[in-house]
Design a protein. Structure first.
Length: 458
């Protein structure tokens, strides 16, 4: 295909495909800018589509953005001496290239840029807080007014700025320009207590493909009640909860939008009866779960319901993370729960998993039964955090290494004698696994967190 494009004279499209392939290689993209005008014109949009996320010590790109500012905000910034730092002209309308915007990273970048200016005494400063907020507001005004076709918008909790409604000024602006481009919104650790107009915000987003709600607060009255009356489908793809919710409202939410839910997890959720209702709702309304993140599930009574849920989502499940907080009391109900899960999990796992994480108190007998029962299951990435459990390396070698049913492995061990020992640090063992084409990695590198998975996938 590439050769045919060359002979057909479609060199521009071919060049674009080559440069697009390098979109995450920033140093190479910077070199492409210097080749010629064509390469520069193709590389610049890729370099500037998500500038706040690029790891760099140079935050002067903020000055390039502020060059586009006009009106009262620019006058106020000039009082700090900013006008002396801004370029007189720019080659491109750089704000128009922004495709991905993370509120936390924007504010972090402004903070780093401010430290640079302050260290070199390049600005006249009366109030640090006022200056930073003025810059935040200015950047949002620039984004709104410069025809930005935003694709992904991540709204994260920001210490000291949690009540500063940056995102509302953007999404509710009369000059809102990406109602037909914004595809993904991620809410992370957001308090919805005083957030209103959500129905209006979602109502004007015409191509919104996925909404992700992770570790947010006050979902009961402020979020759920505002969105269950939406006429258009709201594709909530991810839901991770850390607070007690009104089960009736949650049931209404899942009943209406559960068909879209692909990633679900929770860490704290009410009493035993609420947990039962939660799992039954997920089982009934959510058939397409790909990532299930289970945390702090302590009641053995609920495990049959949980296993039924796993059986129900078996066809779609691809990522499973189980984290049970152990009890330090011997023979406690907590540790019985670990045994129950390990003994029964083998019955409901699909034939292939991309990722399985087990953070448990593991007994040798239970673990042996699990591995023996899933010999026909291929797991691409397996991470194990064995807390106060038995030595399981023998069973790993017998049922995993010799059967070659995994590709990547990470094991971390914690007990009174060993504090977070990692299999990756046992170099002789790593070499043995390598002989069987199993790559041992550190637990922290191979572990897949819920939030990280969502950001990478969507």
């Amino acid at each position: 295909m590439s050769c045919s494009k060359i002979f057909s004279g479609d060199l521009l499209e071919l060049t674009y495909e080559i440069i697009k392939y390098l979109q995450n290689d920033f140093s190479t993209l910077h070199s492409c800018v210097l080749v010629n005008r064509l390469w520069c014109r193709l590389a610049i949009p890729l370099l500037w589509k998500d500038p706040f996320s690029i790891s760099t010590e140079n935050y002067n790109f903020i000055e390039i953005y502020l060059h586009n500012l006009n009106g009262d905000l620019k006058t106020k910034l000039n009082e700090y001496g900013i006008d002396k730092l801004l370029p007189s002209s720019t080659l491109f309308n750089y704000p128009s290239f922004i495709k991905y915007l993370n509120i936390h990273k924007l504010i972090f970048s402004v903070g780093k840029w401010f430290e640079y200016l302050k260290l070199r005494k390049l600005i006249i400063l009366n109030s640090e807080t006022d200056f930073k907020r003025l810059v935040h507001k200015s950047l949002f005004k620039i984004i709104i007014e410069n025809e930005v076709n935003l694709h992904t918008f991540e709204i994260e909790f920001i210490p000291r700025y949690q009540n500063f409604p940056l995102y509302k000024s953007l999404l509710l602006s009369e000059d809102f320009n990406f109602s037909n481009t914004l595809n993904t919104i991620i809410f992370y650790c957001i308090n919805f207590e005083n957030i209103i107009n959500l129905d209006k915000i979602f109502g004007q987003l015409n191509v919104l493909g996925s909404v992700h709600i992770i570790n947010c607060y006050n979902l009961n009255n402020n979020f759920i009640q505002q969105i269950i009356n939406l006429t258009k489908p709201l594709k909530i793809k991810s839901l991770f909860i850390r607070e007690i919710l009104q089960i009736e409202l949650l049931q209404l939410l899942l009943q209406k939008f559960g068909v879209y839910l692909e990633n679900f997890g929770y860490r704290i959720f009410g009493n035993l009866s609420q947990k039962k209702l939660l799992l039954k709702c997920i089982t009934k309304y959510c058939k397409n779960i790909k990532f299930f993140d289970l945390n702090e599930f302590k009641n053995q009574i609920i495990h049959p319901i949980l296993l039924n849920l796993f059986e129900n989502i078996k066809q779609s499940l691809n990522y499973l993370s189980i984290n049970i907080i152990i009890s330090l009391v011997p023979n406690s109900n907590n540790n019985n729960c670990n045994s129950f899960l390990l003994q029964n999990l083998r019955q409901i796992l699909p034939s292939r998993l991309e990722y399985l994480n087990l953070t448990l108190h593991i007994k040798k007998k239970d673990f042996g039964l699990l591995l023996k029962g899933i010999q026909n299951t291929f797991i691409n990435k397996l991470t194990i955090y064995n807390r106060e459990g038995d030595d399981i390396l023998f069973y790993i070698k017998k049922y995993i290494m010799e059967k070659k049913r995994i590709k990547y492995l990470a094991i971390k061990i914690y007990n009174d004698l060993i504090y977070d020992k990692d299999l990756f640090d046992m170099k002789d063992e790593v070499k043995v696994f390598r002989l069987y084409n199993i790559k041992v990695q550190s637990y922290s590198d191979l572990y897949i967190g819920f939030y990280d998975y969502v950001k990478k996938t969507y």
